[in-house]
Write a protein that binds this ligand. Structure first.
Ligand code: UT7
Length: 337
């Protein structure tokens, strides 16, 4: 019998601190009007405090996921964390999360594919389920973008926010879960969106710090152009090769980088705005967390059998789309009932 990898639960966490457009107006030369019309963002969450890394949010998202699904930490076989802002260069943030939540039988590793990371990690985790190797895989997407955002750079500081989301993957023999994927990378995009220093090519030094090289560098307009074309094309490609019309698609789950990129993708797919998951106005671009945060926010509206098209574009360049069949109807939340 064919085994597919189904998402059987979702957890999420965003920090309490809300950074509004109005507050950004006081920090850089910008306006709420410019940010809203150019990006769709109204506010974003920021993780404050000393020694608070991405894992802090990943831990909370996984703890919520385990509680909601009634899963014991020792049952988890594998935990993958996709992040662009790991707590440390090494060891992996996935290991830090694993230790804190007590997934003592799991092996764990990080995945780095910038804003497409969650899709790459979801596809990777699914392979372990589909092959029958493992029964329970946790995939976390988490980023503390505020750690690498220059709050004097008005083109970039308005976009990004912090957050984490996590899903549980389990085997399905009824055909739910991941159906198809198209994942792409093109290293020629490196120069348009990257962090100049802090890695092995340019280790941290007084000079790299003085030159502000430890922040996100982005040529926004160029990235925008590539994102619009590639994210829309890959989502349309996944639909076409699975013979899905816009009527068959229940939800588009797009990476939340810019509302205009999301609108272009939906338009290319022929999907109306009522089918597009959108929370960019509240969280901004949380990089690896955008897609699981959407799934968490819309979980109560999802029905068993719904066809979801996930799509992302990010630094690298990386981009991709995943077609999945939702596995469950809304269930009462054991945390709040
Ligand atoms: O998630 C991973 C991938 N990343 C993305 O998908 C992001 C893609 N890029 C974007 O979303 C957009 O390019 C941005 C939101 C980053 C920028 O928007 P844009 O419409 O492409 O603006 P731009 O960079 O072409 O700049 C247009 C003008 C410039 O002024 P001049 O040179 O025309 O006078 C900028 O200086 O807008 C100015 N500008 C701003 N003005 C007010 C840039 N940022 C701001 C700002 N407030 N915050």
């Amino acid at each position: 019998m064919k085994i597919t990898a189904a998402i059987t639960g979702v957890g999420s966490y965003v920090p309490d601190y809300v950074l509004t457009n109005q507050e950004l107006e006081k920090m850089v030369d910008t306006t709420d009007e410019w940010i809203t019309t150019r990006t769709g963002i109204k506010e974003r969450r920021i993780l404050k405090g000393e020694d608070q890394g991405t894992s802090v949010m990943g831990i909370k998202a996984v703890q919520q996921l385990l509680a909601k699904t009634g899963t014991q930490p020792e049952e988890i076989d594998l935990l993958i964390c996709s992040t662009t802002t790991p707590d440390l260069v090494f060891p992996a943030t996935a290991n830090i999360i694993s230790a804190a939540v007590g997934t003592t039988k799991a092996f764990s590793f990080d995945m780095q594919a910038a804003c497409s990371g969650f899709l790459f990690a979801l596809a990777t985790g699914s392979q372990y389920i589909q092959t029958g190797t493992y029964k329970k895989v946790v995939v976390v997407g988490a980023d503390k973008m505020s750690a690498i955002v220059d709050y004097t750079d008005r083109a970039n500081c308005i976009i990004f926010g912090d957050g984490a989301g996590a899903v549980l993957l389990e085997p399905s023999t009824e055909g739910y879960g991941l159906q198809d994927q198209v994942l792409c990378s093109d290293g020629r995009g490196e120069q348009y969106l990257y962090q100049k220093a802090g890695g092995s090519r340019r280790p941290p030094s007084a000079e790299t710090v003085a030159n502000r090289e430890h922040y996100v560098y982005q040529e926004g307009a160029t990235v925008f152009k590539f994102a619009v074309t590639n994210m829309a094309n890959v989502a349309a490609q996944v639909m076409e090769r699975n013979h899905l019309t816009n009527d068959d698609v229940a939800w588009l789950v797009p990476h939340q980088a810019n509302k205009r990129i999301i609108d272009a993708t939906a338009h290319r797919m022929g999907v109306g705005p009522e089918k597009v998951m959108l929370n960019i106005q509240r969280y901004g671009n949380t990089t690896n967390a955008t897609i699981p945060l959407c799934l968490a926010d819309y979980e109560q509206q999802l029905r068993q059998g719904d066809n979801l098209i996930l799509a992302a574009f990010g630094g690298g360049f990386t981009w991709g789309s995943i077609y999945l069949k939702w596995a469950y109807d809304p269930k009462p939340d054991p945390i709040t009932v």
